[in-house]
Ligand binder design. Structure first.
Ligand code: PSU
Ligand code: MN
Length: 305
């Protein structure tokens, strides 16, 4: 197994000193945001993690290795080149075997983080059950991964390009807790709330770390969703964003966009239809998640020592 994993020097040193580490995904860089904002955001998010006492580990597949922690040039290359594969669970073995680059999704980043013994992972939004999944069966592999891999994902909820109600039902069936950070409602990425309640509300980081510790001390397999609402000043109007999402969904259907292309297509369209406002929101919420994620990683490390 070790043959497949390569830690950056920063991550290696963090491990040697027992420092808290926060995993970060690379699909958000290669397929979730345009260049150059993607690379700038990735660097800033890493710095926010450091500023809050943890070490960032951006994860990607390069040259037959799972890289845990990317160099500056590697980050740049994932942001500034097309044709980098979007890598979810099913794609990892083939991409490793054929020495291709892969940008890891939430599911794949969770797998790689667990292999590297990292249990806290910060991103923007998770994949979920798509609208119309009752006929398309389009359900993100992220949900199944949350059911079986021991990594907590700090996100701003899920986008309403998805069916949030069905996504919550799926997570419930799989026994994945959805914990709202200082909120009772599931955040919907661009907006601070949705009509769906979270399972539990945590007003402090400590409630989150002690809950995670209890789950994993009991060997209860699987992760957790920590849902952290977008900061008020960046939140978008519900009506404005819903319109953009509706027309993006319509266009996707007309063009027959499906499978792994669906999410990146919808993200790009929504950005276009909102004149880039959705991108500003996306950047702000990821940074906000990095603050909380780093605090959770620091807290969990203290609890476990
Ligand atoms: N949601 C976002 N931005 C993203 C993604 C989701 O707001 O970049 C990415 C994540 O990497 C997530 C993936 O794991 O899309 C889900 O893709 P799919 O629906 O194909 O599983
Ligand atoms: Mn899908």
């Amino acid at each position: 197994m070790k043959n497949y994993i390569e830690l950056s020097q920063e991550v290696q040193e963090a491990k040697e000193h027992g420092k808290p580490i926060v995993a970060l995904e690379s699909t958000i860089i290669s397929h979730g945001m345009p260049y150059p904002q993607n690379v700038k955001t990735a660097r800033e998010v890493e710095q926010i993690v450091r500023d809050h006492g943890a070490v960032p580990a951006t994860i990607a597949i390069i040259n037959g290795k799972i890289k845990i922690g990317l160099s500056d040039e590697e980050l740049e290359s994932f942001g500034n080149s097309t044709g980098i594969a979007k890598a979810s669970r099913r794609d990892l073995p083939y991409l490793l075997a054929t020495q291709q680059k892969g940008a890891t999704t939430v599911a794949a980043t969770m797998i790689c983080a667990e292999l590297a013994d990292i249990s806290i992972f910060v991103t923007g939004g998770i994949g979920g059950v798509h609208r119309g999944a009752e006929t398309t069966m389009d359900i993100s592999a992220d949900l199944e991964e949350l059911a079986k891999t021991n990594v907590a994902v700090i996100c701003a909820g899920a986008k309403s390009i998805l069916d949030l109600g069905l996504t919550m039902e799926y997570l419930e069936t799989k026994g994945v807790p959805v914990i709202g950070y200082q909120t009772d409602k599931l955040p919907a990425f661009y907006t601070r709330t949705s009509e769906y309640p979270v399972n539990f509300r945590a007003d402090s980081v400590e409630t989150i770390t002690t809950t995670l510790k209890a789950k994993w001390d009991l060997n209860m397999t699987g992760g957790a969703v920590i849902a952290n609402p977008i900061p008020e000043e960046y939140a978008m109007s519900e009506e404005f964003i819903s319109k953009a999402i509706e027309s993006a969904l319509q266009e996707a259907e007309q063009k027959g966009i499906s499978g792994k292309d669906a999410t990146p297509f919808l993200l790009g369209k929504v950005k276009e239809l909102t004149d880039g406002k959705s991108l500003d929101a996306n950047i702000a919420l990821v940074k906000n998640n990095a603050v909380i994620g780093a605090k959770i990683a620091v807290g969990l490390t203290l609890l476990n020592n």
